[in-house]
Design a protein. Structure first.
Length: 519
């Protein structure tokens, strides 16, 4: 059914004990393992861990030693690391749910900004004076330094799937960034670059780049750095998102700018290769697609794909969770925190959701059907909505035939690319030779093959035509089939026999013997 919304939360939310001063509860989220930690202070520190992965959910008690500021398990869940101060990290191992071993790594002469698990026993410590890659030895209860890198660091952010670390380096409140990758017990320096932070009227005052305004992620298979840039103009503050692309893990280039034309408090998510910009003040979200723009020199400027809209309101009929009583969750709450790629967490209400697209919302609101199909071909699970788009154009009669022809070409270019890649992989060419250079997003495209279009578009119309014995509709079906076969022929794709069978039946039904003779 058509939808008034483009975005919704997944039904399988995670509920947890939210932040509470009265109950002395604090909440942490580990993006690498997708784990929520609710920590309750008391005679003992009680830790409840929730995750979409059932084997990552646990509950245990540790000794009360003061406030926790960071807590994360190693990737295999065998070692817990927790930080209470800016000078030490504690490591704990467990046996039957109880702490079996405990040891501490201390730091002198520096302030510890945080730590990252880079492997089962590899941990990276980030301090204001540099980065240290270490190996944790549980047997001896010690931590050994493997690599060291001296840098003046103000803050960092991390993207775990490919172990990328982005550092803000140099003078405090500056705009110098250093990109690193942790790989095979090495700290690789990928690129150092300055970000454009246009502070508008006062050019002398440099805008401080805050950690909360930066997101790391992958869009269309390219690692990207997204930066919220608040520009001061005569009319107030305008915001844009600057997209830096990490090219071949070597160079960082400013490639895209997303024009928001709103003021407010913003946060970012990535869903199905779209960049979602949430505005907490306006209680709406904007959707950007960075493949969809004409090239303008070096940087491409984008407007939203579609008008801003709110996320679909919560389903009130959701049954209360067994562990946590039903809570009222406010959309665009000030307590929301976004994590990449598509996680939204309400730390006070104690809910974590993943954000999803509602493709029927785009179907309803993108009026230009060619633009709609171009957009849908880049989304996952869009086949049936593309079929619906084609059927609706066919229902409108012969006037949309030219448009249908262009859409068939769009669909079949993707189909042709897919057939070529399948052929190359079958004859054993290396992947580098099988990827088309001119189309970096080909692998994301939804492939609509002949049997799908035949079954879900042409046969459905044919059924109606035969039932109603409608000659006008039958002619339209013939024309549309001929257009589709023409499109296949233009791209040198052999048309399957079932398309010709259907075409012959339609031509016979309308007594079009001359056209039949032409086949």
């Amino acid at each position: 059914e058509e939808s008034d919304y483009y975005l919704q939360f997944s039904k399988n939310k995670i509920t947890f004990e939210g932040v509470s001063k009265s109950k002395l509860t604090n909440v942490f989220f580990d993006e690498s393992n997708t784990q929520v930690f609710s920590i309750k202070s008391g005679d003992f520190t009680e830790v409840i861990v929730k995750s979409p992965n059932p084997s990552f959910c646990k509950k245990f008690k540790i000794e009360e030693k003061g406030r926790v500021i960071s807590i994360k398990f190693s990737p295999d869940q065998s070692i817990l690391a927790l930080q209470r101060t800016q000078t030490a990290v504690e490591f704990l191992t467990f046996s039957d749910g109880n702490v079996s071993k405990e040891f501490t790594e201390t730091f002198k002469g520096c302030t510890l900004l945080g730590y990252i698990w880079a492997g089962k026993t590899e941990v990276v410590f980030v301090s204001d004076s540099g980065i240290k890659l270490c190996k944790v030895d549980v047997n001896t209860g010690s931590v050994h330094t493997v690599k060291n890198l001296s840098l003046t660091i103000n803050w960092f952010t991390y993207y775990s799937p490919i172990c990328l670390i982005l550092l803000n380096v140099g003078v405090p409140h500056g705009n110098s960034m250093q990109l690193l990758q942790i790989k095979q017990n090495q700290i690789l320096k990928l690129a150092k670059f300055d970000v454009d932070c246009d502070s508008g009227v006062n050019k002398l005052k440099k805008n401080a780049i805050a950690e909360r305004d930066v997101a790391l992620g992958v869009v269309y298979n390219q690692p990207r750095i997204l930066l919220m840039n608040y520009q001061t103009v005569n009319t107030g503050v305008q915001t844009e998102v600057i997209v830096y692309t990490i090219i071949k893990l070597a160079a960082v280039k400013k490639t895209n700018v997303l024009r928001i034309h709103q003021s407010g408090r913003f946060a970012l998510n990535l869903v199905d290769n779209l960049i979602i910009v949430h505005n907490q003040l306006m209680k709406s979200s904007l959707v950007f697609d960075i493949t969809d723009a004409e090239f303008q020199g070096v940087v491409i400027y984008h407007l939203p794909v579609i008008e801003p809209k709110t996320i679909k309101p919560f389903d009130e009929e959701q049954p209360p969770s067994s562990s946590v009583t039903q809570k009222f969750c406010e959309l665009y709450s000030p307590n929301w925190i976004m994590f990449q790629p598509n996680i939204v967490m309400d730390v006070k209400a104690g809910c974590l959701w993943t954000l999803e697209l509602i493709l029927m919302g785009f179907y309803k609101y993108i009026e230009d059907k060619k633009e709609l199909v171009k957009f849908l071909l880049l989304r996952s699970n869009s086949k049936f909505i593309i079929a619906r788009t084609l059927s609706s154009l066919m229902d409108e009669g012969g006037g949309r035939l030219e448009e249908l022809a262009e859409i068939f070409d769009q669909i079949n270019i993707v189909y042709k690319n897919y057939l070529e890649q399948s052929m190359k992989s079958q004859i054993g060419l290396p992947p580098s030779m099988s990827k088309p250079d001119d189309d970096p997003v080909v692998e994301f495209r939804t492939v609509i093959d002949q049997s799908f279009i035949y079954t879900y578009v042409f046969c459905k119309l044919a059924e109606r035509v035969y039932n109603e014995a409608n000659k006008k509709q039958s002619r339209l079906l013939s024309w549309t089939l001929l257009e589709y076969i023409r499109s296949l022929a233009d791209l040198q794709i052999p048309a399957q026999h079932f398309l010709y069978e259907l075409l012959i039946n339609c031509l016979v039904l309308t007594d079009s013997y001359y056209q039949l003779h032409q086949l």
